[in-house]
Design a protein around this ligand. Structure first.
Ligand SMILES: *Cc1c(COP(=O)(O)O)cnc(C)c1O
Length: 318
């Protein structure tokens, strides 16, 4: 793992790789007491020639910098972030699964590690990057997702921090998520907390609905995490001739959509097989012939270095 520190709002100093292991924190660290922390997630893929490919790491760096402003934290520069990610991926090269068998999930963390008892930004910050090999995110593998629409618990509210990847957004959804899993669902779809009417997103991925040639996804307005996969799929879908609309998507549109799919680094792009809202269950088209299948091949092809990357999204590291 890679770590670097910064105290008294100075710049982050040169970091270093160390063996993966426990870290020491003061019991009064800002992150432990007040949740002053951000995370990121990206993947490294092994190509047939053994080289590693990262997918749009600059976008993760930029997103962390935006989140850091929201959470009153200093942040590594874009170059420092990318350098740390590259070093971590290379140091863990032997753990990257072979082509097609999975990827190395890389987890950057930024936290208020300094001691602070008063409610205020911490006096010291730690940036860490660690990694783990992963296969498919969902237990069912490539099986479609069965999603439950949650209308009691909300993930984010206007003016809150739902639009940034702060660690404090995630523990509050565990209740809805574990309740849905006990009932046999794969994940939860959240509605907007004001009207309980428009789609927001799934616990850790963005949502799209397909109707004919039109693909719609909720517009990002501060309560939805701006996924890098979401952004990439919007561009790929436009290149493939679809009309993409970013707008408010009322729940009613789920009833006559042809397809629904989710996007995120962990899941990639995954078909939703069914959505359950109150006591109604709606089923959707999926499989290789689906729009999701078409976009999946295009995205995965670029990420794994199988299709030529004309967009400059992938970064080869050695
Ligand atoms: C990380 C995340 C996503 C997906 O973002 P990607 O950049 O595509 O991985 C979507 N929603 C939430 C809540 C997230 O935390």
């Amino acid at each position: 793992m890679y770590s670097m520190k910064c105290s008294d709002y100075c710049k982050f100093e040169q970091g270093q790789l160390t063996r993966y292991g426990k870290i020491e924190l003061s019991p009064s660290a800002g992150v432990l007491n007040y949740g002053q922390g951000l995370f990121e997630g990206l993947k490294a893929y092994k190509k047939e020639d053994g080289q590693l490919l990262l997918f749009r790491p600059d976008q993760n760096a930029i997103r962390m910098a935006i989140g850091a402003k929201r959470m009153c934290m200093p942040c590594p520069s874009i170059d420092q972030f990318i350098d740390a990610v590259k070093k971590t991926a290379l140091a863990n090269k032997r753990w990257v699964p072979p082509p097609g068998k999975g990827s190395l999930y890389i987890r950057p963390l930024l936290m208020g590690s300094g001691a602070i008892l008063a409610l205020a930004p911490a006096p010291e910050y730690t940036f860490l990057v660690f990694a783990s090999p992963v296969g498919n995110y969902f237990r069912e593998g490539l099986a479609p997702l069965n999603v439950y629409v949650e209308d009691e618990f909300h993930r984010a509210t206007p003016g809150g921090a739902g639009g940034v990847k702060t660690i404090s957004n995630y523990a509050p959804v565990l209740k809805a998520l574990s309740r849905a899993k006990i009932r046999g669902f794969s994940d939860v779809l959240y509605l907007d907390s004001v009207n309980k009417k428009n789609l927001e997103e799934v616990s850790s991925c963005n949502i799209f609905i397909v109707k004919g040639n039109v693909i719609s996804t909720p517009a990002t307005n501060g309560t939805i995490l701006e996924g890098i996969t979401r952004k990439s799929i919007i561009e790929i879908a436009q290149d493939h001739g679809f009309q993409v609309e970013e707008r408010a998507v009322p729940i009613d549109e789920l009833f006559d959509a042809d397809e629904v799919f989710c996007t995120g680094t962990a899941v990639g792009i995954a078909s939703v097989g069914s959505i359950t809202y109150r006591d109604k269950r709606i089923e959707y088209k999926r499989g290789a012939e689906s729009v999701c299948g078409e976009l999946h091949s295009a995205l995965v092809g670029i990420q794994r270095g199988i299709i030529e990357d004309k967009k400059g999204w992938t970064v080869e590291i050695h």
